[in-house]
Design a protein. Structure first.
Ligand code: PRX
Length: 652
């Protein structure tokens, strides 16, 4: 890609300045940028004061590219900052979570209650032999115990690795193995789309593989029949409920690992992104305060992400709890039992701040305005978006139909690797443009550069890079130091390359243009093309597979696969086979990775060196005339593919 290979197709001239009333009460004022620029490290020192420290740090930053240590020499316990302090400060009665189960069951959990729950769970983990530094896999539905489990790990210094409950047994196994987890915390199941789904069988299946998991702690959520391995499986209520309700925290080093979270890369093997304690907590708390303008006494904040993703970690668990926010968590799907469910929840709890993803906003748009219009959404005062570029049309719809035309929208750009928000408007300061994440938040340095690493002028596009270390940056890829250096720090030596293309408009606002590598973004979730290809090839009928992310009006990108079948192998034909392959991918990786479409082809377009030219397949998948194919080893191939298409559309 050259610096201007990303076309500037749309220009957006509308801007939306915050109202004077919003600005007057905003946590972050315009002066924050200057303050951070004056002395970046002193600025971060000041933000770190939001945490409760057992021992203050000696040095703000030690930076030996690409290794950072923040708040060096400090000691703290994550949950003291997130829980104990609120109780000590007299806010134990404040609601931490309004939990709404999909079947309609509810729970109200105060900060004091949450501290008790976490203390009991921490005692329970210790009682079954979990120590600081041990890895614990958490594979749960979106219920309060998932949050309690994460915080209990943090309390005793164990490292959690949350695996999204929609992932398959195989995906779970590879993550358990990679982190060498000792314990799995799961549930019998959860509720989704109006029915109970099972989770425990996937754990049982995964643990048939080779692991060092000695115990499985199972929360009873659905009450469904659950197979049991005596000596290994323990009910959460049997182990946690009888524990002492207080727990004396231990204090850990600033750089003590807090969690591992797996994300897709350009190879089939997921990357264990790991984050440490003080820097991560500082930046999630700071961004949650300035970007979401949280007022803990009056706001009701709802981040719709699952705990299985980084957004759930940073903006449902750690950031909001440190700031003492009152939150909503909802277990289920947006259309159960009706398409107005989420709007009903906003009305019911008086949600003031909503943080969600473009894919859901587009789904709501598709369903129609009548669903949000049936409910009173006037409590909302701020809206957020994350996970993929939000198209201006969806942005405007979000502003008007959900926000009633008077809520600032913060389009927040960040990644699993960055740990916290990096580029976003400040809601009381920035005049926003629909579709732009605008500029780096105070304290963060991001640039758009050409292929030589030179910053591009306004009006041009290139690669998005981060040229200064930041507190919540990943500290590595678990157990794969070379991969860490190679993936993030080699494209421009010594500089973090985020993998995204971006452009600067005439005013210098940043517009994200999607990933430049072979990683797709489906409903805001990163899925590597290679991982889906490997899953397809692991089916006996498939000889070779190539996968591309094709533009999709609902999910941002949809997965389109091209497969070559193996000769001489008995297999189903036509639609039956395609269905089987789609299900096979779901089994290998999880339902989110199911291809939208699979085309059986005889050949794949390859260069003379054997590299698949995904660009051409993308043209086919997006129903475009096929682009320049002159470097193909066999120029006829694209004609054959276009003629030989045999496709199956997604029926789910
Ligand atoms: O491509 C960018 C896109 O999502 C990627 C990060 O994915 P993940 O690590 O799963 O984290 C998602 C939640 C933070 C980025 O490299 N992305 C995320 N937010 C935005 C975005 N693209 C455009 N605009 C955003 N606001």
């Amino acid at each position: 890609m050259t610096s201007d290979s990303i076309e500037n197709l749309s220009t957006e001239s509308r801007t939306f300045a915050p109202s004077p009333e919003f600005t007057a009460q905003a946590n972050a004022q315009a002066g924050l940028y200057g303050e951070a620029d004056k002395d970046r490290l002193a600025f971060w020192d000041q933000q770190a004061e939001a945490l409760i420290w057992e021992k203050k740090w000696d040095k703000t930053l030690e930076w030996e590219s690409p290794y950072a240590k923040w708040f060096v020499g400090g000691k703290l316990n994550t949950t003291v900052s997130a829980l104990d302090r609120h109780v000590t400060e007299g806010h134990g009665g404040r609601i931490a979570f309004h939990f709404e189960g999909e079947p309609g069951d509810t729970r109200t959990i105060s900060y004091a209650q949450l501290l008790t729950d976490v203390s009991k769970a921490a005692n329970a983990l210790t009682s079954i032999g979990i120590n600081a530094g041990d890895r614990v896999a958490i594979y749960m539905p979106l219920i309060p115990e998932a949050v309690v489990a994460m915080l209990a790990c943090a309390r005793i210094g164990a490292i959690h690795s949350v695996v999204f409950g929609g992932f398959s047994a195989d995906a779970l196994l590879s993550r358990i193995q990679d982190a060498d987890a000792k314990l799995v915390i799961t549930a019998d199941g959860g509720f989704r789309k109006g029915a109970a789904f099972a989770l425990k069988p996937a754990v049982d299946e995964a643990l048939k593989g080779e692991t060092n998991v000695a115990q499985v702690l199972v929360v009873q959520r659905t009450g469904q029949e659950t197979a049991w391995v005596e000596g290994r499986d323990l009910w959460w209520h049997d182990v946690v409920d009888p524990q002492h309700s207080t727990h004396t925290p231990e204090y850990f080093d600033s750089e003590h690992p807090l969690f591992i979270l797996y994300t897709s890369g350009t190879t089939a093997k997921p990357k264990g992104i790991f984050h440490t304690t003080a820097g991560y907590l500082t930046q999630v708390a700071y961004t949650h305060k300035v970007v979401f303008d949280i007022k803990p006494k009056t706001d009701v904040y709802w981040c719709t992400a699952d705990v299985g993703w980084i957004t759930g970690h940073s903006y449902m668990v750690y950031g909001p709890l440190i700031n003492g926010a009152t939150q909503v968590i909802y277990e289920g799907t947006p259309d159960t039992p009706h398409k107005g469910r989420m709007f009903e929840i906003i009305e019911k709890y008086g949600v003031t701040i909503l943080y969600t993803a473009p894919t859901l906003i587009r789904t709501w748009m598709k369903w129609g305005d009548e669903f949000p219009n049936q409910f009173n959404l006037s409590s909302l005062r701020l809206l957020g978006s994350v996970g993929e570029p939000i198209n201006p049309e969806a942005w405007i719809w979000y502003r008007h139909v959900i926000g009633g035309g008077n809520c600032p929208i913060v389009d927040t750009w960040w990644q699993t690797e960055t740990g916290a928000i990096m580029i976003s408007p400040l809601p009381g300061v920035t005049a926003t443009k629909p579709g732009s994440a605008m500029k780096p938040i105070p304290g963060i340095s991001a640039k758009v550069v050409d292929d030589k690493g030179v910053p591009v002028p306004n009006g041009h596009g290139g690669f998005l890079i981060l040229d200064q270390p930041w507190p919540s940056m990943l500290r590595g890829v678990w157990g794969e130091d070379e991969r860490y250096k190679e993936t993030y720090w080699s494209r421009f030596p010594g500089i973090y390359f985020a993998g995204d293309g971006a452009k600067l408009d005439e005013d210098g606002a940043i517009w994200l243009m999607g990933r430049v590598d072979d990683v797709m973004n489906v409903s805001g979730h990163r899925i590597s093309t290679t991982e889906v290809e490997s899953a397809l090839v692991s089916h006996e009928a498939v000889a070779e597979a190539a996968v591309v992310g094709a533009a999709d009006p609902l999910t941002g990108q949809g997965i389109v696969a091209f497969v070559i079948l193996r000769g001489g192998v008995e297999h189903a034909d036509g639609d039956v086979l395609i269905k089987e392959l789609r299900n096979h991918v779901a089994k290998e990786i999880g339902a989110i990775a199911k291809p939208r479409q699979i085309m059986v082809v005889n050949e794949l377009p390859k260069t003379r060196s054997g590299k698949i030219m995904r660009r051409l397949l993308k043209d086919v998948a997006e129903n475009r005339a096929v682009g320049d194919a002159t470097t193909l080893a066999d120029p006829n191939v694209m004609k054959l593919i276009s003629e030989g298409l045999k496709s199956s559309k997604d029926e789910d």
